[in-house]
Design a protein around this ligand. Structure first.
Ligand code: NAD
Length: 254
């Protein structure tokens, strides 16, 4: 069996996860995609036929399916190490409505898809990551862990928890396993959806211009940051903001 590097990405059926998976496949890595969307994974498997890609349908917020998916990953690796786990899955829409109307079930869906999933997948990945001399976990958080729009309680709390889980895992799992978080800002994902949901981004010039970097983010911006963190041997426990400067910008009313 080859000793190539291997990356496992949750929520890899669409958006940032899909683009990052294709980026690493292009770099020559073996890639494992976990997603609850069966159609999206089937499309990915058609796009990347062959031994270098594994797909596993799995709700990463639920314990039993996660154990099953990591069982399949363990078989596929056949004794080789997992080099990098990216906990990317999450409910992308942050808006949950007013607090006094937010049900416990709705709250839990944001927490499970992002925070609980990162705990479950990291735990199951540990024996595979520990086979490597140097391995890492990258958690896809959000700038919304630091600042908010109205009515985004569960999303913000899930991402804040993910930031804390990141430094807690970093001090516990080192030195062999580094753990970092990426906090994306506004990332355009329409071109990275599965075929029948794919679209062109519908951004106004002002949407780009409000970023100090002059544009909204791309999936490639995040994929390249994951690539850097996967190799950055002296970086652990960090939260890397990739937002074109939006959270550095002061806003005053006219
Ligand atoms: P997306 O909706 O395009 O893709 C998310 C993928 O995750 C989908 O394929 C979906 O099926 C999968 N998924 C969701 N819940 C799952 C679960 N419980 N189990 C398995 N798979 C699940 O979203 P995106 O915009 O690419 O977001 C990816 C991550 O990046 C999310 O964690 C999101 O919070 C974060 N993020 C996105 C942005 C942005 O602007 N797009 C900004 C900040 C953070």
């Amino acid at each position: 069996m080859s000793k190539d590097k291997t990356i496992c990405i949750t929520g890899a059926g669409a958006g940032i996860g899909r683009g990052t998976l294709l980026h690493f496949h292009g770099l020559g890595w073996r890639v494992a995609a976990l997603d609850k969307d069966e159609d999206a994974l089937a499309e990915l498997a058609r796009l990347l036929p062959g031994e270098r890609c594994l797909t596993a349908v799995c709700d990463v917020g639920q314990e039993a399916p996660v154990k099953q998916a990591f069982g399949a990953l363990t078989d596929w690796l056949d004794g080789d190490p997992l080099t990098c786990l990216v906990n990317n899955a999450g409910i992308a829409d942050p808006f949950c409505g007013p607090l006094d109307e937010l049900s416990l079930a709705a709250w839990q869906s944001w927490i499970d898809a992002s925070l609980t999933a990162a705990f479950l997948c990291s735990r199951e990945a540990l024996p595979l990551l520990r086979r490597a001399e140097q391995a890492s976990i990258v958690n896809i958080s959000s700038t919304r862990s630091r600042m908010s729009e109205k009515d985004t309680f569960a999303y913000a709390a899930a991402k804040g928890g993910l930031d804390a889980l990141t430094h807690s895992m970093a001090v516990s799992l080192g030195p062999r396993i580094r753990v970092n978080a990426i906090l994306p800002g506004w990332i355009v994902t329409q071109p990275w959806q599965k075929e029948r949901e794919r679209g062109e981004p519908d951004l106004r010039p002002v949407d780009h211009a409000q970023h100090p970097a002059g544009r909204a983010g791309t999936v490639e911006d995040i994929a390249r940051t994951v690539e850097w963190l996967a190799e950055a041997g002296f970086v652990t426990g960090e939260q890397v903001v990739v937002d074109g400067g939006m959270t550095r910008k002061m806003i005053y009313a006219d």
